[in-house]
Design a protein around this ligand. Structure first.
Ligand SMILES: NC(=O)c1ccc[n+]([C@@H]2O[C@H](COP(=O)([O-])OP(=O)(O)OC[C@H]3O[C@@H](n4cnc5c(N)ncnc54)[C@H](OP(=O)(O)O)[C@@H]3O)[C@@H](O)[C@H]2O)c1
Length: 286
């Protein structure tokens, strides 16, 4: 089937393209970068032309403004990119009877539940990025019954721009590492997520899913595991709290996701420790 992937130049979009290319006719779009069609999804007419011209059988919407601190500085723009652009695609797919998959975030939860969030727990975002992602979820669920809403967390992908590379670069440069202990979620390998998404769209089991590598850790524990796996076991990491790491967007505290709906149809991602090892092995120079 023909699949249109938005955010095709992004971390997840690149992996999705690579995986779906094996069995599907893939069209990628993004606002810039190496994609088939460049479109600003906040422009409704441009979205309409994109759907009309590319004639997809499904839309996988991975484009977003993922700079959470940028979103906190400009909440209106966050709502426009993450909310309104999603509403555009939701309306256009619904009017053509097309399924649409939307990637959402653990940050739609407030982090106060005290246990991992299942798909059946109530979202309650506490920062502008979380609000904008929740807006997108609602816009899609309200107009297109053929939807998949897939929440994920702490993505790491080949090609740069993630927490693992930042930690390794700091350790390699001999910098003092200070990492937060009271922000907890599920590190998730974009390659594993993309494989699960490829299976999910074959299922036609529409609804909401939490697809993350299994297990949850604090940022500090994740940083420790990265350094231990990558040969920096002797490098110390100072423990700090969320409030000491001053930034425009306060992340929710405990937003580990529990994969209940996906597991019920056989979709499970391996434990994050195995995924981290696989990622580092693949990154190692041969
Ligand atoms: N990264 C994470 O840890 C994480 C965690 C949970 C959920 N998610 C969700 O997972 C999805 C994929 O994340 P990712 O890490 O792959 O994101 P990413 O690497 O930032 O890719 C998103 C892409 O969307 C593009 N984009 C931004 N505004 C656009 C617009 N108006 N029109 C068209 N394209 C636009 C971005 O372009 P620019 O780079 O030029 O802005 C970027 O290439 C997102 O929906 C995100 O909210 C991510």
């Amino acid at each position: 089937m023909r699949a249109l992937i938005t955010g095709g130049a992004g971390r997840l979009g690149r992996q999705l393209e690579r995986l779906l290319n094996a069995n599907h006719d893939v069209i990628t779009t993004d606002i810039a970068g190496d994609v088939n069609v460049k479109v600003d999804l906040t422009d409704y007419d441009a979205c309409r032309r994109l759907i009309q011209d590319s004639r997809p059988a499904i839309v996988l919407h991975a484009a977003a403004w993922t700079d959470v601190d940028g979103c906190a500085r400009d909440p209106q723009q966050a709502l426009t990119v993450n909310g309104l652009a999603t509403a555009h695609l939701a309306a256009l797919t619904a009017s053509r009877g097309l399924p649409m998959l939307y990637i959402s975030s653990n940050e739609v939860f407030d982090g106060a539940l005290g246990r991992p969030y299942s798909e059946y727990d109530r979202p309650n975002p506490i920062n502008p990025y979380g609000y904008s992602k929740r807006y997108g979820e609602r816009a899609l669920a309200q107009v297109n019954p053929r939807h998949y809403i897939v929440r994920t967390a702490w993505l790491f992908a080949h090609g740069g721009g993630n927490f693992i590379q930042a930690i390794l670069a700091a350790a390699g440069a001999g910098k003092t590492l200070r990492v937060v202990t009271n922000e907890v979620a599920n590190p998730t390998y974009a390659t594993d997520l993309a494989a699960a998404l490829a299976d999910l769209i074959e299922s036609e089991r529409f609804g909401s899913y939490h697809l993350v590598n299994e297990g949850a850790v604090s940022r500090w524990q994740f940083a420790r595991a990265i350094l231990d796996c990558a040969g920096y076991a002797e490098t110390p990491i100072e423990r700090i709290s969320r409030h000491e790491w001053r930034r425009p967007s306060l992340p929710p505290e405990q937003t580990a996701l529990a994969n209940v709906a996906g597991a019920s149809i056989g979709l499970r991602l391996r434990p994050w420790q195995e995924a981290l090892r696989a990622f580092l092995d693949a990154e190692a120079p041969s």
